[in-house]
Design a protein around this ligand. Sequence first.
Ligand SMILES: NC(=O)c1ccc[n+]([C@@H]2O[C@H](COP(=O)([O-])OP(=O)(O)OC[C@H]3O[C@@H](n4cnc5c(N)ncnc54)[C@H](OP(=O)(O)O)[C@@H]3O)[C@@H](O)[C@H]2O)c1
Length: 208
Amino acid sequence: MLYSDLKFPKKVGRPFFYTNFVATLDGKVAVKKPGYFPIGSKTDYQTLVQLRSYADCLIHGKNLAGEFGEITLQSLNKISFKKLRRKLGKQENLPYLILTKHIGSLPKSLGANVIHPPGRIFGLAKYLYSKGYKNILVEGGPTLLGSFLKENLIDEFFLTIAPKIFGSGKDTLTLVEGVLFPPTKIKRLKLISFKQIHNEIYLRYRTI
Ligand SMILES: NC(=O)c1ccc[n+]([C@@H]2O[C@H](COP(=O)([O-])OP(=O)(O)OC[C@H]3O[C@@H](n4cnc5c(N)ncnc54)[C@H](OP(=O)(O)O)[C@@H]3O)[C@@H](O)[C@H]2O)c1
């Protein structure tokens, strides 16, 4: 277990938001063509599961959910995952939300998880806090992450660097898409920890 006994600072009035990605050495988190998945190792996947186990709520953007929503639901329903959560004192079922502004654009099997937040993400953050969610894992993708970052609503980044280079092209995505921060609003972070497992590096950063 890479992150046993993980603790997050408490926020007042909104949840603490953290995210988890795996990127290649050249900063790519996805290629919208077959053959590039998975980017990370088995340990990276186990870390994703572990980071989910600490969350009070899990959020995906519409595109990520379109690709992996059904697999995510299966994974959250596994007995081993529920057991892991019980051990951490969490409720067995991890609430899973999918954000989209468009009704009916995802398979029916995911319908119960879909929400259409009106207005800014900050309103959603306040609503989720009122439901008692203290620590929320925003798994992306990069466009959704951009929506949260625009409103300064990502507090921590867990990032695996995979020893691969994909190169670039119009089908490649980096960690954040859809927004360019002006020089005065560049996001700055401090390093909380780094761990090496074989040829991968596991980084944990907190926003300043
Ligand atoms: N390497 C990694 O660790 C990693 C992690 C996550 C994802 N990924 C990859 O990233 C790709 C998906 O990323 P993506 O950037 O294309 O899409 P995405 O972020 O998953 O989804 C974008 C969509 O989410 C909805 N959305 C975003 N912000 C919103 C807001 N503020 N309010 C309501 N809805 C909002 C919008 O849906 P509507 O247009 O319907 O409104 C938007 O088009 C996948 O290929 C996935 O495999 C990789």
